[in-house]
Design a protein around this ligand. Structure first.
Ligand SMILES: NC(=O)c1ccc[n+]([C@@H]2O[C@H](COP(=O)([O-])OP(=O)(O)OC[C@H]3O[C@@H](n4cnc5c(N)ncnc54)[C@H](OP(=O)(O)O)[C@@H]3O)[C@@H](O)[C@H]2O)c1
Length: 269
């Protein structure tokens, strides 16, 4: 391994936005630890990224499990000697009304999206205190208010904001920064799946057209949030408008969603 600008751990980076974050960080001259649970996918991504830089390692682990999260952090420290930033990118999504969701789906969402961000953060804190580094939680515009058909997803992504706010103050004296990025609807890889009401998975329809952000743009925004130590970044003008409307006219927002519920469900397929 060559000397680099620093080392960054990106959870859930064997595909999608996480992989793109890793790619851009390597191009910028950082060492990167990537992570995922599917071994074949993780190894294929490692090979892709090695074509850019040799300063990358892959750690096969489930970060919703505290031992898996610890393994990722320890392996990164063993390889790079330090951690300058942690990007908590892991996230899974479900579809369906709460009345129809199997309890295991709700559990999976919270384990992946909340524990899967908190466990790596806890494991990384001792090392981030040494470098006075930063943590970014990848959240969603679906966390601005609870959304129908996405209730566990909205709630789990909302929880990350509370963690970021609390940790930022707890770690202030140690120089560790924590922030959150609310991502809007983004292009997805062909094999991205969502979890259905009874626990099966379904491939997500391709996303193209107006209002869909590219993975490149989203990854760039997340990396900027790390470097600029942003407390909160809301992507897309629509996301910013949602905050304003939710603050000044929450009842109106609720009426708009109710009136357009079928369109909303169709768009989220
Ligand atoms: N795409 C969007 O439109 C959008 C919008 C708003 C917010 N976001 C957020 O952005 C983040 C990335 O989304 P994406 O669309 O790029 O997702 P994605 O394509 O489904 O990729 C998720 C990555 O996380 C890994 N992963 C999932 N659970 C894991 C676990 N428990 N431990 C370790 N790795 C795990 C997956 O690999 P394995 O399955 O092999 O583990 C994969 O590498 C998520 O937090 C998502 O909620 C996305």
């Amino acid at each position: 391994m060559q000397t680099t600008k620093g080392s960054i751990v990106v959870t859930g980076s064997s595909r999608g936005i996480g992989k793109e974050i890793a790619r851009q960080l390597l191009l910028l001259g950082y060492s990167v630890a990537i992570n995922g649970r599917n071994e074949a996918r993780l190894n294929a991504t490692l090979q892709d990224l090695k074509a850019i830089s040799g300063n990358v390692i892959a750690v096969l682990s489930d970060v919703s499990d505290s031992d898996g999260a610890d393994l990722l952090i320890k392996d990164a420290v063993k390889e790079f000697g330090r951690i300058d930033a942690l990007i908590n990118n892991v996230g899974v999504s479900s579809r369906g009304s709460l009345a129809n969701l199997h309890p295991s789906v709700i559990r999976l969402l919270f384990e992946s999206n909340v524990y899967g961000a908190i466990y790596p953060t806890q494991s990384a804190l001792p090392y981030l205190r040494i470098t006075r580094g930063s943590i970014i939680f990848v959240s969603s515009l679906a966390s601005i208010r609870g959304l129908p058909g996405l209730s566990p997803y909205s709630a789990s992504k909302m929880a990350l904001r509370a963690f970021a706010e609390a940790i930022r103050i707890e770690e202030h004296e140690h120089g560790v920064h924590a922030g959150i990025v609310l991502v809007g609807k983004t292009a997805v890889e062909q094999d991205k799946e969502v979890i259905m009401e009874e626990g099966s998975t379904r491939l997500l329809a391709p996303r193209i057209g107006k209002g869909i952000q590219s993975m490149e743009r989203v990854a760039k925004g997340i990396i900027q949030a790390v470097f600029r130590r942003k407390n909160q970044v809301t992507m897309t003008p629509l996301g910013k408008l949602q905050w304003v409307l939710q603050a000044i006219a929450p009842k109106l927002v609720e009426r708009i969603i109710l009136k357009n519920i079928h369109r909303f469900e169709e768009e989220n397929k």
